[in-house]
Write a protein that binds this ligand. Structure first.
Ligand code: ZN
Length: 385
């Protein structure tokens, strides 16, 4: 039962209840799904970046493409963001975890849309010259966030890009700033590819070559000699506010550490296949007890922004993971990680009625199993309340 846009009660209708109802037909009623990792401003690169067998060659391609278009000036970029937001809604998305490198464009568009979520202002800087003032750079980023229009539905925060693209002191400055903000999560790409693990352990390999080629290598940096998860944990970067994205190369010890810190792992297996990062150990993720959320990643590396298609990939890669756990990852786990679980992510009295009806063929014996086997946008409708 819904009143004024909120859920007020949940249960079986009493025989003598005369309240007006809506007949939805053969459907599963669900909370809108949570896409916990997107880069909407890369939407103009849909079908433009071919699949790769190694992550660093994919990254080279993306860096080249991004140097061609100016996101703030090119209408192609802005139009693609609009279309991507429409697609998110068609796919039943209620909350989004969006990474931005331009801030204002995506923030404004999301704030005007029915979506809720967090826009992470992503900071990158590995080689920033002699004696860079990281605190000043983070302070500037906070000022930029302060200039955003005030809305409680879309919140701004800071994110560090990845261990190979953010200097250690920059990580510390970002963490210090996020700790002082009223609860908002933070985010980082971590243990995504083998080249990243190699760089952390040895200080060399394809990332060093790529960074040197683009003038971003920092000669003063010394490899920590440990894996990327341990590296960030040694800097006290990992805690319950952090969304750790990808984790393709994580070991059971890495996953245990994330669980202990209360971080949420965001998995994007279709993107991982496309970029050459590899196959994430999905069964290991769930077996470890770490919180798992789901993202599609950007349209530069994913065929669409449909979380149900992402779930179906997880299901195919890890058939032993219960359908219930996958559906929780796509709803309440993502909402909780992004700080929106008071209003989103489950059907409970008091929460917003941002609900979808998903067509389910009559006679389906296991509805959850059906929902994790691939739902297309044509089967999804928003329930007006
Ligand atoms: Zn990403």
């Amino acid at each position: 039962m819904v009143n004024g846009g909120r859920i007020v009660a949940l249960g079986r209708r009493a025989a003598n209840d005369s309240t007006k109802g809506i007949e939805l037909g053969d459907v599963a009623v669900m909370p809108g799904v949570v896409n916990a990792h997107t880069h909407l401003e890369l939407s103009y690169l849909r079908d433009q970046v071919p699949p790769s067998s190694s992550f660093t060659s994919w990254a080279r391609h993306i860096i080249g493409e991004r140097r061609k278009a100016h996101p703030l000036k090119d209408p192609v970029v802005a139009d693609a963001i609009d279309a991507a937001i429409e697609e998110l809604l068609r796919c039943g998305t209620s909350v989004v975890g969006e990474i931005t490198n331009t801030l204002f464009v995506t923030f404004d568009k999301l704030a005007k849309s029915p979506l809720a979520g967090v826009v992470f202002w992503e900071l990158i800087g590995f080689n920033l010259g002699e004696d860079p003032d990281f605190d000043a750079m983070v302070h500037q980023a906070l000022e930029d966030l302060g200039e955003l229009p005030k809305t409680d539905k879309i919140r701004g925060s800071l994110a560090a890009h990845a261990p190979y693209s953010v200097a250690p002191l920059f990580f510390r400055a970002i963490k210090k700033a996020v700790d002082k903000m009223p609860f908002v999560p933070s985010s980082v790409h971590l243990a995504e590819n083998v080249e990243e693990v190699e760089l952390m352990k040895t200080g060399g390999g394809p990332w060093k070559t790529l960074m040197t080629d683009i003038g971003s290598w920092n000669h003063a940096w010394t490899a920590p000699g440990v894996g990327p998860v341990q590296y960030l944990d040694n800097m006290k970067f990992i805690d319950g506010r952090l969304l750790v994205v990808h984790g393709v190369q994580m070991t059971p010890a890495d996953l245990a550490l994330l669980r202990e810190r209360g971080a949420t792992l965001v998995t994007c297996p279709r993107s991982n296949a496309h970029t050459g990062a590899g196959v994430p150990p999905i069964e290991e993720f769930y077996r470890s007890g770490v919180r798992v959320a789901i993202g599609t990643d950007s349209l530069a590396s994913s065929p669409d922004l449909n979380v149900f298609a992402e779930i179906a990939t997880l299901h195919a890669l890890a058939p032993s993971v219960p359908a219930t756990a996958l559906l929780e990852s796509a709803t309440i786990q993502g909402a909780r990680a992004l700080g929106f679980d008071a209003d989103y992510g489950s059907i409970e009295p008091g929460k917003l009625a941002r609900l979808i009806a998903v067509d389910v063929p009559p006679g389906t014996s296991d509805v959850e199993e059906y929902l994790v086997s691939g739902i297309h946008p044509g089967q999804i409708r928003w329930i007006e309340s």
